[in-house]
Design a protein around this ligand. Structure first.
Ligand SMILES: C[S@@+](CC[C@H](N)C(=O)[O-])C[C@H]1O[C@@H](n2cnc3c(N)ncnc32)[C@H](O)[C@@H]1O
Length: 254
């Protein structure tokens, strides 16, 4: 749905400050791109995929999928890029629901779930295909604000911040405080507006919560349904409603 807003032939750069799994980026296959996320293990993994997917595949193939190996990977604190990427993808393919969650001490705390189609990474050539798509991408570990600050005329920016709707509307602000706070939402809206004033086109997908409308008074707002299979609690998985805000670029002076 969102890709209908985006014509890959008509922008200078594609910028995604909350990269996560990069669904839209991989769908569009756009270059040049700036792809950023606060999660350094995630960005290190993408760098490894971009620069040497073969070594990563060999390293993953060498690992058995069983609770013992999972525990060892979960406790590991690798520093070399290949090992960081191996651990990240191994946990992604064997942890419950593919969740990535750290406890307060910064330790990965999602339980073992067994093999979640690890072999599709090579059977369907996913690492090689992803590597190809990433060749024109600058991968950055960053908070979203400096990434948005890079956007200028002709760029398109897609922002997909983290939020939970696991609680009712009254709990939306409270339960998001530790994930992506209301102050972060305000900061995002301000940075998005500034980038649009410099000539970038901005898309922000967000919770369908009435308070968020007030942050984007100048935007067109589309209500969409999106599938979410990531919630820890089964009753929160499935299709959910989201807003997509589109802020058009300010016209140029010329
Ligand atoms: C909802 S996910 C993005 C999902 C992505 N669109 C996809 O296709 O998978 C949000 C991402 O934002 C990142 N994130 C959270 N807070 C951030 C911040 N302040 N700045 C940059 N990235 C942040 C998280 O690490 C997570 O990867």
């Amino acid at each position: 749905m969102i890709e209908h807003f985006v014509d890959p032939l008509r922008f200078v750069r594609y910028i995604e400050p909350f990269l996560g799994g990069g669904a839209l980026f991989f769908r569009l296959g756009c270059a040049p791109a700036i792809l950023a996320d606060l999660n350094s293990d995630l960005i290190d993994t993408y760098r490894q995929v971009r620069d040497d997917p073969i070594s990563l595949e060999l390293s993953l193939r060498a690992l058995e999928v069983n609770p013992g190996t999972f525990e060892r990977m979960r406790e590991a604190r690798p520093e070399a890029p290949l090992e960081i990427a191996t651990r990240f993808l191994y946990l992604n393919r064997t942890a419950f629901s593919g969740l990535y969650r750290l406890n307060r001490a910064g330790r990965f705390n999602v339980p073992y779930a067994g093999d979640r189609a690890m072999s599709t990474l090579w059977d369907r050539d996913l690492l090689t295909l992803a590597s190809r798509a990433l060749q024109g991408a600058k991968l950055v570990v960053s908070d979203f604000e400096p990434t948005l600050a890079e956007a200028g005329r002709g760029d398109i920016v897609y922002c997909d911040p983290t939020y939970t709707v696991s609680h009712d509307n009254n709990g939306f602000l409270r339960y998001n405080e530790s994930i992506f706070s209301w102050a972060d939402q305000v900061r995002l809206a301000k940075a998005a507006r500034a980038a649009s004033m410099r000539g970038a086109a901005i898309l922000v997908s967000n919770a369908a919560h009435p308070d968020l409308n007030g942050l984007y008074p100048e935007a067109s707002c589309l209500t969409v349904r999106r599938y979410c299979g990531l919630a820890a609690d089964e009753k929160h998985r499935g299709s959910r409603t989201e807003y997509v805000f589109f802020i058009a670029p300010a016209p140029s002076d010329r």
